[in-house]
Design a protein around this ligand. Structure first.
Ligand SMILES: C[S@@+](CC[C@H](N)C(=O)[O-])C[C@H]1O[C@@H](n2cnc3c(N)ncnc32)[C@H](O)[C@@H]1O
Length: 243
């Protein structure tokens, strides 16, 4: 199994949480003055809001998410996936910040596809570098689509049934989906995950841990636990295994 030590996690995560929060607060206020509101579960409003931001504005409002990703994702990964090249999907990949963490920590030779609704963000993500912790470039591409649609490869064909080892979601399932609209995501997890495959899904203001756990266990997934960026993190990711 892939194991990642807490020492390594602390060494690679971005520091200075105060500066990250301050920048986020300033930019969110500036966006609100321009009528741009991204805290919504309405897909059209959301796509328009993200599309109206500059790269720097998205990075600022996503700074806390990025800070948390470098802690939560490796903790959720460690001990749950095999230490061999993996096929990985990153739901709601934005400009690629969660994808960067996956590229860094997943075993060398892994192939990662980010799935993102907002084309401008997917275009930014496509231009970013993705490095494995060995320093080698990771194999990463992006499909521009909704996560509640059938998941597709970057070239457009559907992701093959039972072909995926790991599905990650950071800042999307518990931040933009509600219990009424998460069902298609769970159906796609059932379709694409190989037996024993793992889903690491964020919980948060729009979908609680209790709600997600109930939906996932009804769909036949085994819950492995919850991992957080720090002790009092109200969000974090739940990890599930497919039978
Ligand atoms: C908070 S950002 C997180 C981005 C990235 N995962 C990260 O951790 O930095 C949420 C992202 O999910 C995307 N998103 C929200 N709803 C979506 C949907 N239904 N389908 C695909 N992407 C979606 C948004 O466009 C945005 O890029």
């Amino acid at each position: 199994l892939l194991t990642i030590s807490e020492r390594e996690i602390r060494r690679h995560g971005p520091g200075n949480l105060f500066a990250v929060c301050w920048r986020h607060w300033r930019v969110e206020r500036a966006l609100a003055r321009r009528g741009i509101r991204f805290r919504t579960t309405d897909l059209n409003t959301l796509a328009a809001a993200y599309a109206a931001m500059s790269d720097q504005e998205f990075d600022a409002i996503n700074g806390l998410q990025n800070w948390a990703n470098w802690r939560t994702i490796p903790r959720a990964l460690s001990g749950h996936v095999p230490d061999r090249p993996l096929r990985v999907l990153d739901l709601g990949s934005g400009t690629g910040s969660s994808t960067k963490v996956l590229a860094f920590y997943c075993p060398a030779g892994s192939r990662i596809t980010g799935i993102e609704l907002a084309l401008p963000l997917a275009q930014i993500a496509r231009r970013q570098p993705y490095l494995h912790r060995s320093g080698l470039t990771a194999d990463v591409n992006f499909s521009c689509q909704g996560v509640t649609e059938r998941w597709c490869e970057a070239a457009g064909e559907p992701v093959a049934d039972r072909s995926v080892d790991l599905v990650n979601a950071s800042g999307v399932v518990g931040h933009h989906l509600k219990v009424q609209i998460v069902a298609p995501v769970i159906r796609e997890l059932q379709r694409v995950l190989a037996p024993g495959g793992v889903a690491m899904l964020d919980v948060g203001p729009t979908l609680s841990a209790a709600e997600l756990s109930e939906q996932m266990s009804t769909a036949g997934f085994q819950g492995l636990g919850r991992w957080r960026s720090w002790l009092l993190d109200p969000t974090g990711q739940l990890v599930f295994r497919a039978h």
